[in-house]
Design a protein around this ligand. Sequence first.
Ligand code: ATP
Ligand code: MG
Length: 437
Amino acid sequence: MYRAPRGTTDILPDEQVYWSFIRQKAYEISVLYGYRRVDTPAFEDAGLFVRSIGEDTDIVEKETYTFDDRSGDKLTLRPEGTASICRAYIEHGMHTLPQPVRLYYDAAIFRYERPQAGRYRQHHQYGVEALGEGDPALDAEVIDMAWQFYANLGLKGLSPILNSIGCSVCRPTYLNSLMEYYTKHRNAVCSDCRRRLERNPLRLLDCKKPSCVPLTEQAPRSTDHLCPDCSDHFSRLSSYLRLLNLPFVTNHRLVRGLDYYTKTVFEIAPEREESAQATVGAGGRYDDLIEQLGGRPTPGIGFATGIERLILNMKKQKIIVPQSAEPFVFVAHISQQAKDEAMKLASLLRRSGISVIPSLGDRSLKAQLKQANSMGANKAVIIGEDEAKSGTVVLRDMAKGEQNIVPRDVVVETLRKTYHRFVLVENRITCAIMKVG
Ligand code: ATP
Ligand code: MG
């Protein structure tokens, strides 16, 4: 028996209401803030992620799905969205467009993680990137957009957490003082942290082990080591956020799991939730990344949110998503001749924009109507031998159980008044049908 691979899930039809609701809201907020959709391949040259995310990060060290394809090219399934978008920005010369270029995506993300609630090996992210502008007003826009997106989904109790981790000018001095501090406490930290001390000291602040948390509290703070440019950026961003009434908090321990971030980093998480899977969305500025990938120096900032985590939080908060009723008509037949007519009618109804489920096989009318009922049909159109001969149908209201005989050429119009669904195409298609019929 095959099962979905560990850490992946099938998104079944009943669950899709959440997905279409979230995607609709993502689309709406993107349009409101001037972002345009971009889709990049699910896999990229492995080097792209090593270069951008960083060799010594958890993602690149332990979480990527990397493989050689049949021609020996080394490829990686995308473990995040930003690197691909920056690659596309460079590849398609987007620096010639008006800056910043505002893009959004909605894509499957692959990380070899230990599966648990809210943590999967394939998950989905909605994300935005604004490329080509370093103004902290843009950071405020992205955080505001994320915030508004959650509000539009009906999520409550979230809080944006903010930090600045400096830039290539001021970070080295900060890392030195961080390493000095942790070297003194080398014996008190966990083995992972001892390794981080050698390879990626910023990540020391991110350790969630109870033995390490108190040390992170006392650790030197990046915001005390910012150069004048980064310091000015951070204080202007903070005042823009206050201007927009965004209730953010700062946290000096917030660093992100990817090396490309500079200056602003932020996360949005439920206020009173300490689980490792609490964060619903996160982002930051990456002013050196495009240059590192071979482009011209181009600042950028982005944000991404995990759709599965959104759904988890929406369910926790008992948020009800609108269920689209999807009305449809069941077409039933009695006898072979009637079945031919039923097939023609079902096809005509569908071309007129009415959803139809036709009866298949040859069962009794009772069985067919029972099926129509259990599927939730609004109406049934029944064609028996008499109706087939006389060019009529029986039209049955499934809820009331009432039925009457209607000429076949009238039934399409009658149903269209209530059940037509595809307004945009209906004129074109009905015209064609009218000529034929
Ligand atoms: P975490 O700290 O939870 O591991 P992260 O810092 O690795 O998250 P990002 O790289 O910032 O996550 O990804 C953005 C968002 O994608 C996260 O805030 C989260 O909502 C979601 N996400 C990340 N990893 C997973 C996963 N394995 N399964 C489901 N959602 C995920
Ligand atoms: Mg992670």
